[in-house]
Design a protein around this ligand. Structure first.
Ligand code: HEM
Length: 245
């Protein structure tokens, strides 16, 4: 049991911090992708391949990680019925999944086949986390349309849904970190980018921003909800009120 004073608003502060970190991540990534385009130039030097090369991190970080993070936070800020919250949660996760699939697809363009691409830890982790995410989304989708019939099953599986959702989200962030590291190491080894320069600084800050965002989103998701009216103190059961829609 956790006692919480009504005039403290930890969820609000966490939501604000999550949005600030997400905005910072988006700004850093867009600055990298738009101002340092030479780092994304493929050896073919074709405009089309350049677009695919830039699209991959954009879709993976903004489309997949930022939107799925926002979907995780939906029950924390969206007013209205549980059905409405679930619907928005499902839609946002659907957009994140589509971005992830499209983001991986961009990497298949202009190279020699699917299997030839999967040589790195980054690509294996990417495949694992997008597959887990897809399976999780499909389960959520099916249970949303069969709410009456599978109510008990849903209640039983909720803790697993929460665990798998947060695990996959963490895995996506770790995968993005390995992608950033792989790309930067590659550029530095080739001498395209110096170890001490603005671009390296931006990419390192982007990695830190993602790590911060991940921590804040998970903390917000697992912290108990507040149900108080403005001047009362209520005791809430942290197990039953946490992470439900
Ligand atoms: C959740 C985030 C991400 C996921 C799930 C992901 C997934 C993947 C996958 C599955 C591949 C293999 C596709 C192929 O080789 O044809 C790949 C390749 C690649 N990704 Fe990502 N990626 C993510 C974020 C990033 C980021 C932020 C960067 C930074 C620029 C990046 C850079 C690369 C590069 C350079 C490759 C080609 C080399 C390789 O296969 O390792 N990725 N990614």
């Amino acid at each position: 049991m956790i006692a919480m004073a009504a005039n403290t608003k930890p969820t609000f502060s966490l939501l604000l911090l999550a949005r600030l970190s997400a905005t910072l991540v988006a700004i850093l990534l867009l600055s990298w992708a738009l101002y340092f385009t030479t780092s994304f130039l493929p050896h073919t030097l074709s405009q089309r391949d350049l677009i695919y090369s830039v699209l991959h991190p954009l879709l993976m970080v903004i489309g997949f990680i930022l939107i799925s993070g926002e979907a995780i936070l939906v029950p924390r800020w969206l007013p209205g019925s549980r059905k409405r919250k679930k619907m928005v949660h499902l839609w946002l996760q659907g957009v994140a999944l589509t971005s992830a699939i499209f983001g991986i697809w961009t990497k298949f363009q202009g190279r020699e086949g699917v299997i030839a691409n999967f040589f790195s830890l980054h690509s294996w982790m990417g495949l694992l986390c997008v597959s887990l995410f897809g399976a999780q989304w499909l389960m959520g989708f099916l249970s949303f349309w069969h709410r009456g019939e599978v109510r008990m099953t849903r209640i039983r599986f909720l803790p697993w849904h929460v665990f798998l959702g947060l695990y996959t989200y963490g895995l996506a962030v770790v995968t993005a970190e390995t992608g950033l590291l792989e790309k930067l190491t590659f550029l530095q080894t080739k001498g395209v980018v110096l170890k001490h320069c603005t671009e390296s600084l931006i990419v390192n800050c982007l990695g830190l921003g993602l790590a911060t965002l991940c921590g804040v989103v998970i903390l917000t998701a697992v912290s108990p909800k507040q149900y108080q009216s403005s001047h009362t103190t209520k005791v809430v059961n942290s197990n039953s009120k946490c992470l439900t829609f």
